[in-house]
Design a protein. Structure first.
Lengths: 824, 153
């Protein structure tokens, strides 16, 4: 029951009870009052009778009825008496009489009250007086008394209730309200509690408030605990947040690391595979070496595929993989795959079959490289898991340009409960499979993901020991007349004109590989180890093409390209091809945005590189010599190697001469300074003449021109030649010398002995620098010293030295340096 | 002091004694009627009824005519004292109550014993009282005694 309802209930019960009780009380009071009134009426009647007794006696004695009447009227004149009967006895001397009278009021009388009348003069009874008290008087008297009593009681009860209420209000309600106010305004942050008047301490209210204070104290403690918990929680949360940020940072770092590592891994792999290809192309190998090299090459290529797979998986997982759609010839693609995989099938004595519709169009739009990757994966797996029988590639065309590709085998099959398993990354059917057949387990995952990207789904039907069928349906819309970018083979390339190509890469092995491959095609190759050098070189020499690495020290490929595109007209138009290991879509976009013309991924697929070159430089010969026709001092080449070579007719000799020139003129700048400050015009003229002659011979055209101008100025103005002439000469001389140092060392039949001879003092100095760096265990310094050294040295020792430095094997490096010094 | 108090007490007693002696000298009363009346004697009750208004008639059947000594006289007071044992004030109060109604007929006061003697001697319905020391004159006025009050009896 609610308190409101309860209070109503209590009110009605109390009020009803009080009403009933007061009615009963009033009735009781009335009856009591009536009894009292009856008694009183008797007493008062007796009193009245006594009062008239003397007169009545006299009247009775004298037989005087008129006095009796007076007495009766007197009695009846009060409300008390209802009726009077006066009876005077008769005797020998008196006749006696009776008088009876009653009041006119209604109501009737009560019981008779009779008094004997005694003679006034002796003891004789001479008569009697009988009265009846008035019932109406009794009733009204009783009512009056009851009313008075009830009124009095009500007044007293009401008054005492008011008094009690007031007392309760003052003593109980008010402190409770006060306590309630305190409760209301109490702050849970302090443990103040509620104060109560001392007189309440002993009673129930005090006990209640004590309980409340106890609870308050408990609450306060709880709040303190909660607050500290919250603080702890916040701390934990902060730590979690921190950990989350760190984890995210770690993920980003991981992504970067992965990208960098793929670059780092691909670069040496690139050179391994490249050099092995190169070695295998050589006919000098004996059969054992060839076999070993082939195994090594095979392994390296397998490793490369594995790395590519892992990179693909990470790209797919981060959603970065995008399809590159272009027109391609489907039937040719399928034939290639059959041819490629046919070798493996033949090795395992399996029959590889290809069935496809006869009416295939020439060109379809799609990502042929990814489709190839899928099919090679599936066919590779089929061959791998089939011991005998056939592997079949089945292509069927469906509606809406759809094609269903199916790869069926008669291999070991897959248990039904494991089919979904094999699509998860790094998973094969079971661990024993991994042991028996090897493999990363990535191929199927990548294929399934790629098919998903193409809008299809890789479906698998398989029965253990009978065979498997992997199939998928994708849409390949035909495209009518578009030119198909076909891979152009080496033969086509070799028929191209000879080009002058600048290769920019900080990794010496890469440069060498590219250089060797390009030179085999008959191109002239220059090299630069960073963007800054490349920028200098393109201004000194006209190039038909620049191959630019992206990540390089000092100045990267992007920056260098932007700078080149800012240069004057003929130079800025040079085609630039990026070489990058980070073949991510994003990076490709950045590269193209920087102004490069195309991208070739590392390890370099030379077939693709050649085709890209053919597309970009159709008339290479014409462009190559255009730059030479407009010459001025500023625009003259620093060193015209073509001219020098033409003059010298001997590459080795020319380079030797250039290096000697550089070595001999290291201190020339100081000499010129000394002569200039002494204003020794003759001395200067002498030196300038000598310099001009040698420079002209070596094709150092800008230096020649400047020397000529300076000579002219001295001849014309004597000692008044302008300072700018000397400054210009100094700058140009330094540039020329630097360029000579940076020039690639020409290949020779005996590279070590040849290179050891040229500029041996300079090389020795650099070797010493390298040794010092190695002894200090300073990898950066060693790297720099090594890169300087690599421009003047070559050979197997150098490669070994480079490897040692990259591996931080400084002790080995020191030993190698000592060997090199010994050879010098 | 004590002797004086005793003296005073003695004085008080002596006065009282003297009064009693004086009253006792008047304590014999004679109720008389006409000598020819049929009445020979009356009872004390009859005398009381006749003089205090209860009896309106004589036992002989005649209307009684009671005579009284003057109001305030010692004789009258003495008589009613002897008759009723009550104070004359009570008797007067009695009559006053009755007279208030207008119907009362108290004894008719006379001027003195001489008038009473003469009137009773002439009227047969008259009845009166006399002190005992006038007994000697009763006969000569033609009266006869029908009741004697001797308060000392």
């Amino acid at each position: 029951m609610k308190i409101r309802q309860l209070s109503h209930f209590i009110f009605f019960v109390t009020a009803g009870g009080a009403l009933l009780l007061s009615i009963l009380f009033s009735i009781a009071v009335y009856f009591i009052a009536q009894a009292e009134a009856v008694k009183d009426s008797k007493t008062m009647s007796n009193d009245l009778i006594s009062a008239v007794n003397a007169s009545a006696s006299a009247a009775a004695f004298s037989g005087n009825d008129s006095v009796a009447n007076d007495v009766i009227d007197g009695l009846l004149s009060t409300d008390l008496i209802y009726s009077v009967r006066f009876f005077a006895y008769a005797d020998e001397v008196s006749d006696g009489f009776v008088v009876f009278k009653e009041t006119e009021q209604a109501g009737g009388g009560l019981d008779d009250i009779t008094r004997e009348l005694i003679s006034p003069f002796d003891d004789d009874v001479i008569g009697e007086l009988t009265v009846k008290p008035n019932r109406a008087w009794v009733a009204s008297e009783a009512a009056d008394r009851a009313l008075f009593l009830v009124t009095m009681s009500v007044t007293v009860i009401f008054g005492s209730s008011l008094l009690a209420a007031q007392v309760i209000r003052i003593l109980i309600t008010r402190p409770i309200v006060k306590a309630a106010k305190q409760v209301n305004s109490i702050s849970l942050s302090d443990d103040a509690g509620i104060e109560i008047p001392a007189y309440l301490n002993e009673n129930e209210i005090g006990a209640l408030i004590d309980c409340f204070n106890t609870m308050l104290y408990g609450l306060h403690s709880a709040i303190l605990v909660e607050r500290s918990l919250r603080t702890d929680m916040e701390e934990v949360q902060e730590r979690l947040e921190q950990a989350k940020i760190e984890a995210e940072r770690a993920t980003i770092a991981k992504s970067h690391f992965l990208a960098n590592m793929s670059h780092e891994i691909r670069t040496p792999m690139n050179s391994i595979i490249g050099f092995m290809d190169l070695a295998l192309e050589s006919s000098k190998l004996d059969s054992d070496s060839r076999q070993q090299l082939e195994i090594a090459n095979h392994s390296a290529q397998y490793l490369m595929r594995l790395i590519n797979d892992i990179l693909d998986v990470s790209k797919i997982e981060s959603g970065k993989l995008e399809l590159d759609e272009s027109p391609f010839d489907l039937s040719e693609l399928l034939s290639e795959i059959k041819e490629l995989m046919g070798i493996k099938a033949t090795e395992k004595r399996l029959d590889l079959r290809l069935t496809m519709p006869a009416n295939l169009s020439r060109a379809y739009s799609g990502d042929q490289f990814r489709l190839r990757q899928i099919l090679i994966n599936l066919v590779g797996n089929a061959i791998k898991f089939t011991q005998q029988g056939t592997v079949e590639i089945n292509v069927e065309s469906g509606v809406n340009d759809s094609f269903t590709f199916a790869v069926c085998d008669t291999g070991i099959g897959i248990p039904e409960d494991k089919i979904q398993h094999i699509l998860a990354p790094f998973t094969q059917v079971d661990a024993s499979i991994t042991r028996r057949y090897g493999g990363s387990g990535l191929g199927t995952t990548i294929s399934a993901e790629l098919i998903g990207l193409m809008g299809g789904e890789l479906l698998i039907e398989s029965e253990p020991d009978v065979g498997s069928r992997f199939y998928f349906t994708i849409s390949l819309p035909p495209c009518g007349t578009m030119v198909i970018s076909k891979a152009i083979d080496g033969k086509t390339i070799s028929s191209l004109n000879h080009l002058t190509i600048l290769v920019v890469d900080d990794t010496n092995e890469n440069v060498k590989l590219v250089k060797i491959r390009l030179e085999k095609q008959g191109h002239t190759v220059y090299q630069a180890s960073n963007g800054h050098e490349a920028l200098e070189l393109v201004q000194q020499h006209p190039f038909d093409l620049v191959l630019m690495d992206i990540n390089m020290p000092i100045m990267g490929g992007i920056e260098a390209t932007k700078a080149i595109r800012q240069l004057a007209a003929p130079i800025c138009d040079v085609p630039i091809i990026a070489m990058t290991a980070n073949a991510l879509e994003e990076e490709t976009r950045t590269i193209i945005a920087a102004g490069m013309d195309d991208v070739v991924t590392k390890p370099i697929d030379f077939q693709r590189l050649f085709s890209v070159i053919t597309n970009l430089v159709p008339n290479a010969t014409l462009t190559a010599y255009q730059g030479e026709k407009t010459q001025s001092v500023d625009n003259t080449q620093l060193i015209d190697i073509q001219f020098g070579l033409a003059t010298w007719q001997d590459e080795q000799g020319y380079h030797k001469a250039l290096f000697n020139f550089a070595e001999n003129n290291q201190s020339l700048a100081n000499q010129l300074d000394a002569l200039a400050s002494a204003r020794d015009s003759d001395g200067l003229l002498n030196e300038l003449h000598k310099l001009k002659g040698v420079a002209a011979n070596l094709g150092c055209q800008r230096l020649t021109s400047i020397c000529e101008i300076f000579e002219q100025d001295i001849i014309e103005s004597g000692k008044g030649w302008p300072q700018s002439d000397l400054d210009g000469l100094q700058t140009c001389l330094q540039k020329t010398l630097d360029t000579i140092h940076n020039l690639p060392v020409p290949q020779s039949k005996e590279p070590s002995s040849e290179s050891a001879v040229e500029g041996s003092s300079n090389t020795l100095e650099k070797l010493n620098q390298l040794k010092v760096a190695c002894e200090k265990y300073d990898p950066d310094m060693a790297e720099i010293a090594f890169s300087e050294l690599s421009s003047s040295l070559s050979g197997t020792e150098l490669i070994a030295l480079g490897t040692a430095i990259k591996n931080f094997d400084f002790n080995l490096a020191i030993r190698l340096v000592d060997e090199l010094k010994h050879k010098l | 002091m004590i002797s004086r108090l005793i003296l005073r007490l003695l004085l008080l007693f002596s006065t009282h004694f003297i009064a009693v002696v004086a009253m006792s000298s008047e304590s014999k009363w004679l109720v008389v009627v006409h000598h020819e009346s049929a009445l020979t004697s009356l009872t004390h009750k009859q005398v009381m009824s006749l003089f205090l208004g209860r009896a309106k008639f004589l036992p002989s059947g005649e209307r009684a005519r009671a005579l009284d000594f003057p109001i305030g006289s010692d004789v009258r007071a003495g008589f009613y004292q002897s008759l009723t044992g009550k104070n004359i004030a009570d008797i007067d109060a009695y009559w006053a109550r009755l007279q208030y109604s207008g119907k009362a007929s108290p004894p008719v006061p006379m001027s003195g014993s001489d008038q009473i003697l003469q009137l009773v001697g002439k009227e047969s319905s008259a009845i009166a009282y006399l002190p005992s020391h006038l007994q000697s004159q009763i006969a000569e006025h033609g009266l006869k005694v029908v009741f004697t009050i001797d308060s000392q009896q």
